[in-house]
Design a protein around this ligand. Structure first.
Ligand code: MSP
Length: 487
């Protein structure tokens, strides 16, 4: 058999200083959706996530907690792993930047960059935002504050090793031009192109005022700046340069990130890879940011949306569904619990839940009998369009089309009245169509779809099974999928 196609998809690695919240859950669930979807397409999928554990911000947080940084992060990392488990995230690899293997590989990457003549020692003078671990200049600031997070920046002066980012300006612009899918969506691509065209400055790659980082392999007086350390996770986790997984999965199909960190991923990371002579990833997709009831989420405002609390209060799948249906992926969204409850009631309980419970109850009672479906009810499913939309990261539109089909199925029930006719062939068409719905929604709502599949007597394995008629088996009605919520 020919080798299976591969699909390598990553989340950013998270700073374990904040508990998982709506923002980090959003990125992680999106990657879970892509990973599951590509499994259905028959690909060999590798889904990587992890934690970004070095840097000044972490050192300061540990100090504040009265602990050494490693003990401090060890506990927090468990919170992340548990949260992802509760959100039904099926990752294959979890990397920590304090893993010895990672640290060794990062040193090798830095040496390669040095050997290319792209690192030199000079004086750095400028501003630094510790929460974002980012360098800024006066002209970047907005109202005197960090343009990314709005917090105070610190001025400092130190000796540093600089990475020759400026050298790669033309090569980067050529990459963006040649490969329109390198930065997605288009609005972000245009933004990066115009910023790179304004000119690139060399960037400091080392810090010397604290110790909590990977030792800079060229000069022991420095630690490596946290960003090149963190970005390297995408290949250290594959055991670059000779690992089996590196050969199999690199270049990554998609680094999924939030819009605040695209500069690092779309400019610094490919320039590092150019310098080290490594292929660049295929796509960096940047999603938008969530606000909560119109306001930026922050610990101090106490309005941080907790994904675990919400998924316990309603249902995990209602939460997973809502965040991808409510806002176009790639654009900003505003989270409101009321909107979640409305969609849970109107779409999940009334449309999907109702269809499944009515049809399975009738099929359990009267049975089903094989009938043509492809050119009938199932023919109304816009499968090719849905596939294209997901390939283009347009999750909300794909869900719209799947729900359009659910509407068609509900209308069909009304029109054919199987509760009066007991028509087993009509019930077969409906069951076969529900099978298609369960396969299509599985990436978004795995638990619900697996329940449906088990009541219908099939397993969700392959998108192609949509085109194969469902085998007749005893249909079970099963429990109610989504209980209505009184507001
Ligand atoms: N450690 C870096 C990433 C290094 S990757 C080589 C980092 N970590 S983070 O924990 O601060 O953030 C991780 C992700 O969470 C980012 O993609 C960010 O966009 C996302 N979000 C954080 N808050 C968010 C919202 N309010 N809304 C949507 N996503 C948000 O950055």
């Amino acid at each position: 058999m020919a080798n299976k196609k591969t699909f390598y998809v990553t989340t950013p690695i998270y700073y374990p200083t904040a508990k998982p919240h709506l923002g980090t859950a959003y990125t992680t669930i999106a990657v879970d959706i892509l990973a599951r979807w590509n499994k259905l397409l028959g690909k060999d999928v590798f889904f990587l996530t992890g934690t970004d554990e070095h840097g000044q911000k972490l050192e300061e947080a540990a100090k504040l907690a009265g602990q050494n940084p490693k003990d401090y992060v060890d506990k927090l990392v468990e919170d992340f792993k548990n949260a992802w488990k509760e959100l039904n995230i099926e990752f294959n690899g979890f990397i920590r930047t304090t893993d010895k293997e990672h640290e060794e590989i990062v040193k090798k990457i830095i040496k390669k960059i040095y050997d290319s003549g792209d690192l030199y020692e000079s004086d750095y003078e400028g501003l630094y935002c510790i929460p974002c671990e980012s360098y800024w200049t006066e002209k970047d600031l907005v109202n005197g504050k960090c343009p990314s997070c709005g917090r105070e920046v610190k001025a400092f002066k130190e000796k540093a090793y600089f990475f020759k980012l400026s050298k790669y300006q033309d090569k980067l612009l050529e990459l963006y031009k040649k490969n329109p899918r390198f930065i997605m969506p288009e609005s972000k691509r245009n933004e990066i192109i115009s910023r790179v065209k304004e000119g690139l400055k060399d960037i400091s790659f080392t810090r010397s005022q604290f110790k909590w980082g990977i030792e800079f392999p060229i000069n022991k007086n420095y630690v490596l700046w946290v960003w090149p350390d963190a970005l390297s996770n995408y290949i250290s986790a594959l055991d670059w340069p000779n690992g089996k997984n590196f050969k199999k999965f690199w270049p990554a199909d998609c680094h999924l990130v939030g819009k605040d960190i695209i500069w690092f991923h779309c400019v610094i990371w490919p320039a590092m890879l150019f310098s080290a002579g490594i292929e660049v990833p295929k796509t960096i997709f940047a999603h938008g940011w969530w606000t909560a009831n119109g306001e930026k989420m922050s610990k101090s405002k106490g309005n941080v949306v907790d994904p675990l609390e919400l998924s316990k209060k309603y249902s995990l799948d209602s939460f997973r569904y809502f965040i991808f249906r409510a806002t176009p992926f790639g654009e900003d969204g505003d989270f409101s619990e009321k909107a979640l409850v409305d969609r849970h009631n109107n779409e999940l309980a009334n449309k999907l839940g109702n269809l499944v419970s009515r049809v399975t109850a009738l099929a359990e009672k009267y049975g089903i009998e094989k009938a043509e479906n492809k050119n009938k009810l199932l023919g109304k499913l816009k499968l090719k369009e849905i596939e294209k939309l997901i390939d283009n990261y347009e999750f909300d539109k794909a869900l719209n089309l799947i729900f359009e089909f659910i509407d068609k199925c509900n209308e069909y029930v009304q029109e054919k009245k199987p509760w009066e006719t007991h028509d087993k062939k009509i019930l077969y068409e409906l069951i076969d169509s529900i099978k298609a719905i369960a396969i299509l929604l599985w990436a978004f709502m795995p638990e619900t779809c697996e329940k449906i599949a088990s009541n219908l007597g099939f397993e969700i394995k392959d998108l192609k099974d949509i085109g194969k008629a469902i085998k007749i088996s005893k249909i079970k009605k099963g429990e109610i999928l989504f209980k209505k919520i009184e507001s």
